[in-house]
Design a protein around this ligand. Structure first.
Ligand code: ADP
Ligand code: MG
Ligand code: ZN
Length: 685
């Protein structure tokens, strides 16, 4: 094609080949960078139009675009779309006949292909990379590039190998990494792993204007009713519900399908069933799908009105991708995140399962040698359970401690795995901490997410429609008007803050409520209401004491807060759980008194302010000491051994046997197995 730097030419290709009238935001700049031969990282949300950003430059540059994609379904989908445009496309993956793959290679070498899609594991097939290097590449596009990062939630070992092959493969071709989800640290990891040369970064478009996010504390047993209540209104459908387990997905789907066409979707179902559910949802025959995380990667449905999370997600990246499936048509859509303390326990359980103790990996590693041994044989000889063994071996392979060949034989790898594995496990725990912070924050939900994804420039604007920006407009989350006493306390808080730059929430409460009339949560609830009324600002901060990171919140006055004086008072709306219609308490504006009884019973469910007896104090001290030693021994931060809240709960409850121990927040089965003996010993009077 002719001079690509000419703007008209790009538009002409866009119109004649792709049939689009205009570039979308950012697309043109990315195309120009690629055409100029620059390596680049493109981070834009799902549906923003990333594919065009490699497809159009490929045509302009001439030669074949090599597209690496982690999922066969994605590959098939994109290849079909390009073929429908009359472009010359081939793909090579494990789901294809050998002859078809061979033909694809021939076509490629003869220069007949504009696009060649491959799965990353192809590169491990002897001779394949060498074959690719003989053709003429326009560019190399790595789709879903976050799979490269060992920190990314979809980490694929084969993606991590890509960096090794690129130097020989690429010739002079630019490398484009595309993803919808990469926090700043994942971005850095991608650039480094791929060895990108002076890469340009395009990070853009994370804000979604039409998603109203609510984050609501809902006790686990009340969730099914709340979900049925929400989705009973047809204006809130089609909808996706994300459930934390297969069992819950099944149960919810069953309850919903009494009155709504609904089905479950999870990895435990066979491929045909999953396919059927996906197609029926796409076609509008099903109005609700209750899914575990596996659902939605390939879904292209524009009018999803609601996305509900029936439990805490484990990362904000996953969460944002999931809520992002709502409202692609641009119409207002609502998303609800339900959480409670119980979710933290569920999560600890999964974390322990997915990131097994180093000891498990060590056991497997020790059994490996230079001589290849069959996986089955090793598994049989191992003391670990089958699943535990497979998980440990998988982690070892990912981190280079084991090499598994196509025949299922394993040899020993390097010893570096220990370090990178610890890093990854720690990172995962931190990711969950970020989710927890998100649920307890009072900041605009959208702004918080946009910042999380590294789009700092766009993070200062509030969305106006989330539960933090517009509490009165919330559907599921209940707010009540502050009482006279609470308003008086709010005034006192502004008075106290006027003297200083900032105060920590705890200090503030001790100063204004020395008798401890409000519990910590009630006081925080009032502060949250003041943030929403823009009277104060809060900021997470941390300090280190005894080698441990402690978090606290700084509170400072805003300009409006500075000007607040006794007299006509601003409206303060205090978060109070869930709206009655969905199984919660009184709705906004209703009289206050009916809620007192309900609130009392709700209080029982929460951990009250921790007041320890002398004995409890002694247990806490012993546990802390033990935790510090254990953390040092394992080379991890103390909170990974045990959270503060778990420690306090232990000191309060002082469990006497493993069963009681399991009841404690943060004590999953794996933790009990590993540390149970030691902890129970320390809890004894
Ligand atoms: P992503 O990979 O970022 O998730 P895709 O590349 O799959 O998104 O594009 C999403 C949709 O947007 C596709 O249906 C695509 O055809 C469409 N699209 C992309 N660019 C444009 C454009 N400039 N004008 C109109 N539609 C576009
Ligand atoms: Mg894509
Ligand atoms: Zn907002």
């Amino acid at each position: 094609m002719t001079t690509p730097s000419n703007p008209e030419n790009l538009i002409a290709v866009l119109r004649t080949v792709f049939g689009f009238a205009h570039f979308r935001a950012n697309q043109e700049a990315v195309c120009r960078a690629a055409i100029a031969g620059r390596d680049l990282l493109l981070v834009m949300p799902t549906g923003a139009g990333k594919s065009l950003c490699y497809q159009l430059p490929a045509l302009v540059l001439g030669g074949t675009a090599l597209v690496i994609s982690p999922l066969i379904s994605l590959m098939e989908d994109q290849a079909a779309k390009l073929a429908a445009l009359g472009l010359r496309v081939a793909r090579i993956h494990s789901g294809m006949e050998r002859g078809a793959s061979r033909q694809a290679c021939i076509d490629y070498l003869q220069g007949n292909l504009q696009f060649l899609f491959i799965a990353p594991e192809r590169l491990r097939v002897p001779g394949f990379a060498e074959m690719l290097a003989k053709g003429k590449l326009a560019l190399i596009a790595i789709d879903e590039a976050h799979c490269i990062s060992q920190w990314g939630h979809d980490f694929r070992p084969d993606y991590r190998m890509l960096g090794q092959y690129l130097p020989d493969l690429r010739g002079g071709a630019p490398v484009l990494a595309l993803t919808a989800t990469a926090t700043p640290s994942v971005q850095a990891d991608i650039l480094q792993q791929l060895g990108m040369v002076k890469p340009e970064r395009f990070i853009h478009g994370f804000r979604r204007e039409n998603l109203a996010i609510e984050v609501v504390e809902v006790p686990v047993p009340e969730r099914p009713r709340a979900i049925c209540g929400l989705l009973g209104d047809e204006r809130r459908r089609p909808a996706i519900v994300y459930a934390p387990s297969r069992k819950l997905a099944e149960r919810l789907a069953e309850e919903l399908s009494v009155s709504i066409p609904a089905a479950a979707y999870h990895a435990g179902l066979d491929a045909a069933t999953r396919e059927r559910v996906q197609t029926a949802f796409q076609a509008g025959e099903l109005e609700v799908v209750v899914a575990t995380i596996a659902f939605g990667m390939g879904i292209d449905k524009a009018d999803i009105r609601t996305v509900i999370h029936a439990g805490l997600p484990s990362t904000l990246e996953g969460y944002y991708q999931e809520i992002g499936r709502a409202g692609r048509d641009g119409a207002l859509s609502r998303t609800y995140l339900m959480h409670s303390y119980a979710d933290q326990r569920t999560h600890d359980f999964f974390l322990n399962r997915d990131y097994p103790p180093v000891g498990h990996l060590e056991q497997v590693f020790r059994a490996l040698g230079e001589e290849p041994r069959a996986v089955d044989e090793l598994r049989g000889a191992s003391k670990l359970g089958e699943e535990e063994f497979d998980k440990a071996l998988e982690k070892l392979e990912i981190h280079g401690g084991a090499r598994v060949d196509f025949g299922g034989n394993v040899t020993s790898g390097g010893t570096g795995w220990k370090k990178t594995y610890a890093v990854q496990a720690k990172y995962r725990a931190e990711q969950f901490e970020k989710v927890l912070q998100f649920t307890t924050s009072n900041e605009c939900r959208m702004a918080a997410l946009v910042r999380h994804f590294g789009d700092v420039a766009d993070a200062s604007r509030a969305c106006g429609i989330c539960d933090a920006c517009d509490p009165a407009g919330a559907v599921l989350r209940l707010f009540r008007r502050a009482t006279a006493a609470e308003r008086a306390l709010a005034l006192a808080i502004t008075g106290e803050l006027r003297q200083v730059d900032y105060k920590a929430t705890g200090t503030l409460q001790r100063a204004l409520d020395p008798a401890g009339k409000l519990n910590r949560k009630e006081f925080d609830g009032l502060l949250d209401a003041m943030v929403r009324a823009r009277l104060i600002e809060m900021e997470d901060a941390e300090y280190e004491k005894d080698g441990e990171v402690r978090r606290f919140r700084k509170v400072r006055l805003t300009k409006e807060g500075m000007e607040l004086r006794p007299g006509p008072v601003v409206e303060l709306l205090i978060g109070d759980g869930m709206v009655e219609e969905f199984g919660g308490r009184v709705a906004l504006g209703a009289t206050k008194k009916s809620s007192t009884a309900a609130r009392k019973s709700a209080k029982k469910l929460e951990a009250g302010p921790a007041r320890l007896s002398e004995e409890g104090d002694a247990v806490a001290a012993r546990l802390k000491e033990w935790r510090a030693t254990e953390a040092k021994r394992l080379g991890v931060p103390a909170y990974l051994v045990m959270h503060d809240r778990t420690l306090t709960a232990l000191a309060l409850a002082r469990p006497a046997n493993p069963k009681q121990l399991l009841e404690i927040v943060g004590m999953g089965p794996a933790k009990v197995e590993k540390f149970g003996g030691a902890i129970l010993g320390l809890c004894k009077p």
